[in-house]
Ligand binder design. Structure first.
Ligand code: IVH
Length: 707
């Protein structure tokens, strides 16, 4: 959506005439609907939560001033976004509501007064103050204590069925920890990602040249809403429970505090920061205290949720429109600031991808001085209308890398007609090699390979990283130093450092910054690293989309560097390329992207040479299948349709434990296809080949072969 402003955006609600208010409400409805969909449906918000809240706030303020102009489709009545159609749908037992927002003590007072007026009392009720987790809400249905369904909020009434996905989250119990579970109960809470898990996930994604998530919330939503729950299983999601809905109302608790404790007894994590407050002042003190602590918490919170503690009072208060009367969110101000872009430079990564980076006038945000921010790519710059000299809103969103949210709304953001439009360069700013635009991705790449200083440095850093050779005491500083002194040119040179030393008569121990002990220690660490597991060897090569997971898959399938090199050779030889690609892509989890990247990698002679050189300097520990060799070992199995007894992830683990290879597509190479409920086209093909087995037959196989 063009972020065009309405003609009245500079008017305060009080300044609007009735006609203008009608137009402004129509404009706000459109804006809010659009941003709601980006956030809830697409997991790709374009504006900050604070900016969204400001739109909502303006909408409600105008509605209060012109109550007869409230639209039937007003955002204050609707909840969430229309649900997408990629998941099956499931209705909630009761609507999943949203919360009204407060931003200050006065808003909190309004909330309290409204309650007292509604109940015609001047009693001041105790409140439970919880953290407002920045994740996505889910409803978990338990029947006789067993988890039977997990649903996202969706439009509040009907959500998306994400049962296999929630089952992979290990803080969500599959059965309630009690001998007397309620017959049916829907537990509600938030799925989220801890900050350090989020940063690690993004680091892994960067290493595998996959796009990074903007913040932990997006990472959580994007990870939960996956059609393949194995992807969800590989993401570090967690959960916190805060309420339930129980149709038969067997569980007798009288306060929110007791409800949380009951949830904990049943085995759910609950928020450890919850407090019961007796007065408005105590709530505001807690708000101030948590505002201070917020940046140091292991997870992101965007405010506090204040709930009336007494559940009977909650019931009496009920809800209005989209929100309960008995709860309110007090939001924290976003960690944002406004500054100016002073330059846009280009950074070249390990795989040659060019990333534009903004240099900013230094600004303090949330206790940290921010002076650089990634602008991701050229499309992003164009979409946000960014240019050198622009005043921009910058925010820190959990990630260490700050983001440029967009132009600030103040009047001097208009681009001077003479200031140049940003363009990606035609040659690499580091090595001057030509730039290639990747037609599939939005990426521009330097074609210099290891000849490019930036790529070389990136490749070295990747090579020695934790997932790669992981050489103790050998970090980025050493790499830079050794490259500068021409001691190393490719990662394989690390292993000849010691012998090279005597040959060139420059013993490391005599160079500035090095002593005999430190040099000896380094050589010892390098020697230790000479024995390397095959998967880490593959990862360290730095093939663009081959991250740790793919490297493991390759190591499992091809077992030794010789076999892998043979496959790579076949991939770039026209007569054998097709068969080799088929072989490679029959591995579950490997597709066109990896295949293409491996080809490009191997076609570059310096890469093949690195592989061969490494093989002469290191001993690769062949990948050993941890399998109980049965007659099934080495056979290929494919699963299709929904299995009743296992998630796909679990079935795959069991199959692999039995020595089977799990394929993603059915071919003449497949030995069995397990057909679950509602199977797809794979079942048809399997029938034609006569290789289908039922889920029961699969369970029988497990019983006889899996120990
Ligand atoms: S109570 C009707 N408690 O905030 C009560 N919600 O803006 C609604 N949230 O959809 C839920 N932490 O995703 C509640 N401690 C907490 C929460 C919480 C985060 C989220 C939840 C909800 C949204 C409302």
């Amino acid at each position: 959506m063009k972020s065009g402003l309405s003609p009245y955006s500079t008017y305060t609600p009080e300044e609007l005439t009735r006609d203008q208010a009608i137009q402004e409400l129509a404009y706000l409805e459109k804006q809010i609907r659009y941003h709601n969909e980006r956030y809830h449906r697409d997991d790709a918000p374009e504006i900050s939560d604070a900016a969204f809240d400001a739109l909502m706030h303006r909408n409600t303020t105008i509605e209060k001033l012109f109550p007869d102009c409230v639209r039937a489709d007003s955002p204050s009545i609707k909840v969430g976004a229309p649900i997408s159609d990629i998941f099956t749908k499931a209705a909630h037992l009761e609507p999943m509501l949203s919360l009204d927002n407060a931003f200050c003590a006065e808003d909190l007072q309004t909330f309290i007064t409204r309650i007292q007026r509604f109940l015609n009392t001047d009693t001041s009720y105790d409140c439970v103050v919880e953290a407002k987790y920045d994740g996505l809400s889910v409803a978990l249905r338990y029947e006789q204590g067993v988890l039977v369904r997990g649903t996202t909020r969706g439009d509040g009434r009907v959500g998306e069925n994400v049962t296999p996905n929630v089952r992979t989250i290990n803080t969500i119990p599959h059965t309630l920890r009690t001998a007397t579970p309620p017959p049916v109960i829907e537990i509600r809470g938030e799925v989220f990602m801890n900050r350090h898990d989020f940063i690690e996930l993004n680091t892994r994604r960067t290493a595998a040249t996959e796009p990074v998530f903007a913040n932990p919330r997006n990472a959580a939503a994007g990870s939960l809403r996956q059609l393949d729950e194995r992807i969800t299983a590989s993401r570090p999601l967690t959960f916190v429970a805060y309420s339930w809905v129980e149709p038969e109302k067997n569980t007798t608790t009288s306060t929110q505090r007791a409800l949380l404790d009951q949830l904990q007894t049943w085995g759910f994590p609950i928020c450890p920061l919850t407090r019961v407050c007796h007065t408005k002042e105590a709530i505001m003190r807690r708000y101030a205290e948590m505002g201070e602590k917020r940046a140091d918490l292991p997870f992101e919170i965007d405010g506090l949720v204040v709930k009336i503690n007494n559940l009977d009072i909650q019931r009496r208060l009920g809800s209005v429109g989209r929100s309960p009367r008995w709860a309110i969110a007090i939001k924290f101000p976003a960690e944002q600031g406004i500054t100016r872009i002073t330059a846009i430079t280009i950074q070249v990564g390990r795989t040659g991808v060019l990333t534009p980076v903004a240099t900013l006038e230094p600004i303090g945000i949330g206790g940290v001085v921010v002076q650089r921010a990634s602008l991701h790519n050229a499309d992003e710059i164009a979409r946000k209308n960014l240019f050198v000299g622009a005043r921009v809103i910058v925010q820190r969103a959990g990630d260490v890398i700050p983001q440029v949210v967009g132009l600030s709304q103040s009047s001097d953001t208009h681009k001077h007609p003479d200031s140049p439009v940003f363009q990606m360069p035609h040659e690499c700013p580091v090595c001057q090699s030509p730039i290639h635009k990747d037609p599939q991705k939005v990426a521009y790449r330097c074609t210099g390979g290891l000849r490019c200083g930036a790529q070389r440095l990136g490749r070295f850093i990747h090579f020695i990283s934790k997932g790669g050779f992981n050489i103790d005491g050998f970090g980025e500083r050493h790499v830079k130093d050794f490259i500068d002194r021409s001691l190393i040119a490719t990662p394989a040179d690390i292993f000849t450092l010691r012998s090279q030393q005597t040959a060139t008569l420059t013993p490391l121990a005599h160079l500035p910054g090095w002593g005999v002990t430190s040099a000896q220690n380094l050589f010892a660490a390098i020697d230790d690293a000479r024995h390397v597991p095959f998967n880490r060897f593959i990862y360290a090569l730095g093939i663009p989309s081959v991250g740790e997971r793919t490297a493991k898959l390759l190591a499992q399938r091809y077992e030794t560097p010789e076999y892998l090199a043979e496959l790579f050779d076949q991939l770039i030889t026209s007569e054998t390329a097709h068969r080799a690609a088929e072989d490679l892509m029959s591995i579950d989890g490997i597709g066109e992207a990896v295949c293409g990247d491996v080809r490009t990698f191997w076609a570059e002679p310096s890469n093949k040479k690195l592989f061969q050189d490494l093989c002469t300097h290191v001993t690769v520990k062949p990948h050993t299948q941890i399998s109980h060799t049965t007659e099934l070992a080495g056979k290929t199995i494919v699963f299709t349709g929904t299995l009743k007894h296992h998630t796909r992830a679990e079935a795959k683990t069991i199959a692999e434990r039995m020595g089977l290879t799990v394929g993603s597509s059915v071919s003449t190479q497949t030995h069995f296809v397990v057909v679950g409920e509602a199977p797809g086209s794979k079942a048809k093909k399997a029938h034609e080949l006569g290789i289908t087995i039922s889920e029961d037959a699969w369970l029988a196989l497990i019983r006889t072969h899996d120990s």
